[in-house]
Design a protein around this ligand. Structure first.
Ligand code: DMJ
Length: 642
C-alpha cells in the first residue's frame, strides 16, 4: 500500500493516525464478531437470532411432546429431580420441568411441547468440516451396496438351535401353558385395539381411542407395528404378523423428514426390523433396515465421532438435546448403538457401521473415568465428560447392558467389551451398590461423589444384566454375581409388592425411612415398563427358581386389574392408590418388551435360546455372530446345496 504525505502532517504523525485507525477498525471488527457470537447464546425464540442464523442451525428440536409418550424414551429414564428433562414424570405443578416432562393427563393430550435444541452451533460447523476416514470415503456413496451378499441360509445353519424351539416353546406344565396363553391374549387385545383405533400411528391412546404420533421418531410412523413384529411372530399370531408385514411393505415411509431421537429410532426401528429379518428371512425387512441405517450415519459426523442425540432423517443435520448440558451427548444413547450397528455391517458387508460404534467404544475405553465410573454426559466436541452424574437407571443404563451383550453377541470374542463391562461393574459395586437398613440391595445414583439413595424402575433391568454376565466373570466372582443379580431382582419385586396395585413406581427410595417405595408424588407412576419383568425372565432362565414365574404372574394379574381398559392397556399415575387414574397411553415397548418377556417367562427355554440370541434393549432378539461358522466353507457348501 502507498501512503501519500498529507499537507501539514508529519510522516510520523500520519503513521500514528493510521495506526490509531487500524486499532479502531480492529476493535470494531472484534465487536461485530462478539455480537454475532453472542447470538448463539440467546434463546432460540429471540427474533434477532432467527434473523441472523440460518434455519437449520437454530431450528428447535421437537422431542418429547407434552404427551407422556414421547418424553419417555427419547430421554429414556429421565428423572424429575435432575435438572434436565429426561423426565417423563407425570407430576403436575413442576414448573421447572413442566414443558419437558411427561404429562399423563388426558385433558392435556395433544399439547405439543418443544425442547429448544441446546445445540453447540460451533460444533455443527466443526463437524461439517470433519474429514472422513479412509474407509468412510471408500464407502460413503452407497452404504447398502453389498446388502445382497448376506447368506440367510448360511446364517440359519450357524445357529445352535431352532429359534422357536421344538414346539414354539410350549411348556409341558398345563398351568404354565395357561399363563402363557393369557399373555398371548393380552398381546392380541393390545394389538387389535391398536389396529382398530391407531393403525399406522406410533402408539394407541386407549381411553380416547385414537392414535398418538409424538415427536420422538421424526417423520417415522408405526412404532407399535415395528416394535410388535417379532412378538407377534414368536407368539404365532400369524394373521396379525402378516398385517404388520404388509404395512411395512406398503406404508413404512423412510423418506419422511423430521427430527428424531437417534437412540429411539435405533432401538425400536433398527432393532425391530433386524429381528424381524433374522427370524423370518424376509428380504423386505433387510432392505428397510439397511435403508434406515444409512440415514442415521450423519449423526456421527462430529469432531469426536460421538453422535449427537437428535437427527433430522431427511437432511442428516444433527443436534444435541436442548436440556443436555453444554451440548453434550448422553451415555445411554450413544452407548446403545453397538449391537444394531454391528448387525448392519453384517447384513451389508460394509464395515462403516461397525467402525462408527467401535470408535465410540475406543474413546470410552481410553478416557479417564472418575473412580472407574462412566458419567452420563459427554461432549461430542471435546470428548470430555461434562458432568459427574452416574446412574445405572436413566441416562446410563443400557450402555452397561450393551457392553456385556456385545461380548455375548460376538460369540465371546469381543474382549474389550468384556473387560470394560467387568471393570465398570466393579466400580458400580464399589461406589453405587448399597444395602438398606431393611436388608435390600439396591443401586444408588452418584452425583460427583455424593450418593442419592434412589433407584429408578429403569435400573431394575440390571438384575437380568448382572445375571447373564455372571458366568463369564472371574471364576471366584461367578456365584457372587448371580447372588447380586438375584438380590437386585428381589428388591425390584419388593418395589411392586409394597404398592397397593402391585405394580412398581417409576422410582423408589431408601432414605428417610423409605424401603423401596416412592416418597415423591411425581415418582408414583407406572407406564407399562418392562424392566422388572425382564429381570424375572433372565433369572428364571438362569436359575429355574419357580418364584420368578410366580412374580411374573403377580405382574400379569396387576396389569389385568389396573392397566387393562376397554380399548387396550394404559399406564397409571399412582401405583399406591386402588382407584387408578389412567394416563391414556399404550406404549410401544409394552408390546415389544413387557409382553414378550412375560411370554418367554412362561415358555420353555428353547424359545429364542440364549445360546443363540441376545435381546437388544427394546427386547428385539439379535443372533450371536459366529464368524468361525459363517466363514466356514463346509457350512457354505452345505447351505448352498439346501
Ligand atoms: C424401552 O424403550 C427400552 O427398554 C429402553 O432401554 C428403556 N426404556 C424403555 C422401557 O422402559
Amino acid at each position: 500500500m502507498v501512503f501519500r504525505k498529507l499537507p501539514g502532517v508529519s510522516a510520523s504523525g500520519m503513521g500514528l493516525r493510521l495506526s490509531q485507525k487500524f486499532v479502531f477498525l480492529l476493535f470494531l471488527s472484534g465487536l461485530v464478531t462478539l455480537c454475532f457470537g453472542a447470538l448463539f447464546f440467546l434463546p432460540d425464540s429471540v427474533r434477532l437470532k432467527r434473523i441472523f442464523l440460518s434455519k437449520t442451525e437454530i431450528q428447535p428440536v421437537t422431542v418429547g411432546s407434552g404427551s407422556e409418550n414421547d418424553a419417555r424414551e427419547h430421554l429414556k429414564r429421565p428423572n424429575k429431580d435432575q435438572e434436565h428433562p429426561k423426565a417423563m414424570t407425570p407430576a403436575k405443578g413442576d414448573n421447572k420441568l413442566k414443558s419437558l416432562s411427561r404429562k399423563p393427563s388426558v385433558s392435556q393430550e395433544g399439547t405439543e411441547e418443544r425442547l429448544a435444541a441446546g445445540k453447540a452451533h460451533e460444533d455443527l460447523t466443526l463437524s461439517r468440516s470433519k474429514p472422513e476416514s479412509a474407509s468412510e470415503r471408500a464407502t460413503s456413496t452407497d452404504h447398502g451396496a453389498n446388502s445382497d451378499t448376506f447368506n440367510y441360509l448360511k446364517f440359519k445353519s450357524c445357529l445352535l438351535k431352532p429359534p422357536l424351539g421344538r414346539d414354539n416353546g410350549k411348556p409341558g406344565d398345563p398351568k404354565t401353558n395357561e399363563r402363557r396363553e393369557r399373555v398371548k391374549e393380552m398381546m392380541k387385545f393390545a394389538w387389535d385395539n391398536y389396529k382398530r383405533y391407531a393403525w399406522g400411528k406410533n402408539e394407541l391412546r386407549p381411553l380416547t381411542r385414537n392414535g398418538h404420533i409424538g415427536n420422538m421418531f421424526g417423520g417415522l410412523r408405526g412404532a407399535s407395528i415395528i416394535d410388535s413384529l417379532d412378538t407377534l411372530y414368536i407368539m404365532g399370531l400369524m394373521e396379525e404378523y402378516n398385517d404388520a408385514k404388509e404395512w411395512v411393505q406398503s406404508s413404512l415411509d423412510l423418506t419422511a423428514n423430521g427430527e428424531a431421537s437417534l437412540f429411539e429410532v435405533n432401538i425400536r426401528y433398527v432393532g425391530g426390523l433386524l429381528s424381524a429379518y433374522y427370524l423370518t428371512g424376509e428380504e423386505l425387512f433387510k432392505n428397510k433396515v439397511v435403508e434406515l441405517g444409512e440415514k442415521l450415519l450423519p449423526a456421527f459426523n462430529t469432531p469426536t465421532g460421538i453422535p449427537r442425540g437428535v437427527i433430522n432423517l431427511g437432511s442428516g443435520t444433527s443436534w444435541s438435546w436442548g436440556w443436555a448440558s453444554a451440548g453434550s451427548s448422553i451415555l445411554a444413547e450413544f452407548g446403545t448403538l453397538h449391537l444394531e450397528f454391528v448387525h448392519l455391517s453384517e447384513l451389508t458387508n460394509n464395515p462403516i457401521y461397525k467402525e462408527k460404534v467401535m470408535n465410540i467404544r475406543k474413546l470410552l475405553n481410553k478416557i479417564e473415568k472418575p473412580h472407574g465410573l462412566y458419567p452420563n454426559f459427554l461432549s461430542p466436541v471435546s470428548g470430555n465428560w461434562v458432568q459427574h452424574h452416574v446412574s445405572i437407571g436413566g441416562l446410563g443404563d443400557s450402555f452397561y447392558e450393551y457392553l456385556i451383550k456385545s461380548y455375548l453377541m460376538s460369540d465371546k470374542t469381543d474382549d474389550d467389551a468384556k473387560a470394560m463391562y467387568y471393570s465398570a461393574l466393579e466400580a458400580i459395586e464399589a461406589n453405587l451398590v448399597q444395602k438398606s437398613p431393611g436388608g435390600l440391595t439396591y443401586m444408588a445414583e452418584w452425583r460427583g461423589g455424593i450418593l442419592d439413595h434412589k433407584m429408578g424402575h429403569l435400573a431394575c433391568f440390571s438384575g437380568g444384566m448382572i445375571g447373564i454376565g455372571a458366568d463369564d466373570g472371574a471364576p471366584e466372582k461367578r456365584q457372587h454375581y448371580l447372588d447380586l443379580a438375584a438380590e437386585i431382582t428381589h428388591t425390584c419385586h419388593e418395589s411392586y409388592t409394597r404398592s397397593a396395585t402391585k405394580l412398581g413406581p417409576e422410582a423408589f427410595r431408601f432414605d428417610s425411612g423409605a424401603e423401596a417405595t416412592a416418597t415423591r408424588l411425581s415418582d408414583r407412576y407406572y407406564i407399562l415398563r418392562p424392566e422388572v419383568i425382564e429381570s424375572y425372565m433372565y433369572m428364571w432362565r438362569l436359575t429355574h427358581d419357580p418364584k420368578y414365574r410366580e412374580w411374573g404372574w403377580e405382574a400379569v394379574e396387576a396389569l389385568e386389574t389396573h392397566c387393562r381398559v376397554e380399548s387396550g392397556f394404559s399406564g397409571i399415575r399412582d401405583v399406591y392408590t386402588m382407584t387408578v387414574s389412567h394416563d391414556n397411553m399404550q406404549q410401544s415397548f409394552f408390546l415389544s418388551e413387557t409382553l414378550k418377556y412375560l411370554y418367554l417367562l412362561f415358555s420353555d427355554d428353547d424359545l429364542l435360546p440364549l445360546e443363540d440370541w441376545v435381546f437388544n434393549t427394546e427386547a428385539h432378539p439379535l443372533p450371536i455372530i459366529r464368524n468361525g461358522c459363517l466363514q466356514d466353507e463346509a457350512t457354505q457348501d452345505k447351505t448352498l446345496s439346501e
